[in-house]
Design a protein around this ligand. Sequence first.
Ligand code: C6P
Length: 427
Amino acid sequence: MTAPAPLADGERPPAAGALDVERLRASFPILAREVHGHRLVYLDNAASAQRPEVVIDAVNDCYRTYYANAHRGVHALSEQSTDAYEAARGKVARFIGAPDSHEVVFTRGTTESLNLVAQSYGRPLLAPGDEVLLTEMEHHSNIVPWQLVCEQTGARVRAAPITDDGELDLEAFAGMLNERTRVVAVTHVSNALGTVNDIPAVVELTRARSDAAVVVDGAQAVPHMTVDVAALGCDFYAFSGHKMYGPGGIGVLWGRRELLTAMPPYHGGGAMITRVTLERSEYAAPPQRFEAGTPAIAPAIGLGVAVEFLESIGLDRIERHEQELLSHTVEVLNDLPWVRVLGQGTEGASPRAAVVSLVIDGAHPHDVATILDEQGVAIRAGHHCAQPLMQRLGVPATVRASFGLYNTHEEVGLLVSSLHEVRRIFG
Ligand code: C6P
């Protein structure tokens, strides 16, 4: 079979129905490579996804033809870079349903976005006795920044429990909210289990029982489902470019404008001020207030193109395709008595997104990952930067396969046959 032609710039795949996955795959040059003599089966998308040609080209084109610093010069290149950088902000705002592009702050990634909220929103607000309520399924990026700010202010971190099925226990969560809760920080989608949290329910409970701001870690949501921050009702939403087929080194913090406007800067430096004397400085309005120093201009522009790429395919179609891959994988794995799939829930459970975590009797996840790599299958093994979750699940580590829009049922088959190879080796 000849490989389908890559999508031309601006060309749309078929308007309805299933994804034309083979055609989309051809837009990702890296997927054509081999690893250890096998075709690459890339199932480590939750760690970082691959980039389509349009994103690579956009970054390349920026550096080749118009790159200069943004917001600093009046020369043609600087104006062109500034325009492209700000246009990317507008695309991101539209993508997440932000009412106003001034609410979109470019950061280096989810981690920096969450640290920004902890330090600029949390630190001036928190006092001894105040509480920051997290969940047991958070990534370290949504735990450690809150621990740091609590050490600095005398507030304390609490964590709402999850059920054995890997779901947030909403009743227990509600019971932990009180008038001392100042921040609720919760992931939209668990990076280790794929659990999709009901953010509108979290917001409703929070509003009913406290004055806390709701901070959502959206790192694992934005590549897999339509996200509309206005509909979610949260106060802050953080995500990374590299997990949504965009460049590395760029991420986003969305925040309600009135909150951002009341927050002090996170970093000090160039471009975030209106006036500086040696005694004091006056700060620019958001988002510039939070973008000190020369920003990641080409990566931001690439992120804008990644957004257009996702929109041109349609998040609903991506979600449907990944859900089919997920249920196929779980169904096959559940038939293997030596495999234990973690936290996929039971009948009536809340949805899961694009991630399968498993353990294999008698085989350490790192050994499994090594054997799979020899077959060209890239997955992640470890604690996935979610050590409290691993403790809750009673495992030191898991094997995690995570899907992207370009994965196929054939690749699920290759994953499963590689797991059989692990079983053969470990007996
Ligand atoms: N999770 C994973 O393999 P950064 O590194 O800043 O782009 O994203 C941090 C982060 C925050 N929250 C969630 C839910 C995440 O999944 C991640 C990154 C990767 O699961 C790398 S540890």
